[in-house]
Design a protein around this ligand. Sequence first.
Ligand code: UD1
Length: 430
Amino acid sequence: MEQYVIKGGTPLVGEVEIGGAKNAALGILAASIMTDETVLISNMPDVRDTNIMLQAMENIGVLIKRIDRHTVEINASRIHSQVIEGDYVKRIRASYYLLGALLGKYKQGTVVFPGGCAIGARPIDQHIKGFKALGADVDIAHGMVNAKASALKAAHIYMDVVTVGATINVMMASVMAEGQTIIENAAKEPHVVDVANFLNSMGANIKGAGTDVIRIKGVERLHRSEYMIIPDQIEAGTFMFAAAVTKGDITVKNVIPKHLESISAKLIEIGCEVQESDDEVRVVASKRLSHTQVKTLPYPGFPTDMQPQITVALALGQGISIVTESIFENRFKYVDELTRMGANVKVEGNTAIIDGVQKYTGAEITAPDLRAGAALVLAGLSAEGYTLIDDVKYIERGYEDFPEKLQNLGAKIARVDSERDVQKFKLRVG
Ligand code: UD1
């Protein structure tokens, strides 16, 4: 029983240090196996997804040395298998990055068909299209994806949808291909740029990451590197919304404010004060939130990974708000849980119509996936009374020390394993 128990109603106040970006880390870890020389990666978040990725790498012979909690040294010169399998890897969607990395380095790879959060059908057709364009044969059999090429040759690839995963994967597969690969309609997310910068630090020749056309000139080999992962845009955004929903005052530190602009803009629209400086953003919420409309879009649009958090805030705002989810078709599952807490939200297709209520009331709820789980924690923090959240293992896939960081801001929250722990918490917080 992995649960969080929360007593809501306390405004969160103080400073919080944001960790390295999980989604960048997953791409960077996979890319690190593309050289036989040693790579040192810092600002690595210590979360379940990155740890599963490291375990998958270790299982094929990659040497991993943990220098400290957030720094790993990686040496992939002794890889003995290009097959990534096992139930534990299926749980992370980003395991497919190992396919691009193995294909790019060894011209072959086999990876268990990826799982990840249940937020909608998550096809990998664009990854496969890219690998095939580079000259690989790709087939899916017995739950495994196999890619193999006698030689990888540069190609001109137009992505039919803007996809972070396929952009990163095809970028990795093409860094040592012969000639210049062009990816059009590429994703522009900060973590796409971070993986490209990391590959370039290993000697790759990638230009245009962060725009919708990425050009990759194949190089012979990649070499050693030392690299620091960018701060996590979504962890930062989650704490910014924690200030909004608890009427608090939080300074999120160690961030890149540019990556948070779409989030800051919405917070300002709904009545929060947002102050930006070099590497921190302060959010102050002193009055009831108001309403707005928001549609999730690829970067620099409002991130789909912040959709549950903004919905939780708008459901407390005055007036009618509309949230449209345009990236994943099944990302409103948490709304049923929010309704148990008193929210008034109606979902029709990919749109949520929200009639803001004055307050939530604590309830027993379940985290359906990573970001929705975090958003429900925010709801619990603002609610009257106690909230018990089940299945927090989803939240721990992507948030390091979430309860502890919230406690430092004054939140009454604890991770509990038994009914006895819940009772002890209640006695303690009163
Ligand atoms: C990544 C993030 C995830 C985030 C998402 C969108 C990681 C590990 N996960 O997921 O947190 O929510 O970006 O910012 O970085 N699609 C296809 N065919 C494909 C690939 C994707 O049709 O081959 C579609 C998807 O169904 C979705 C859209 O493209 O509708 C975007 O998906 P994508 O950007 O690839 O998401 P992920 O990389 O899986």
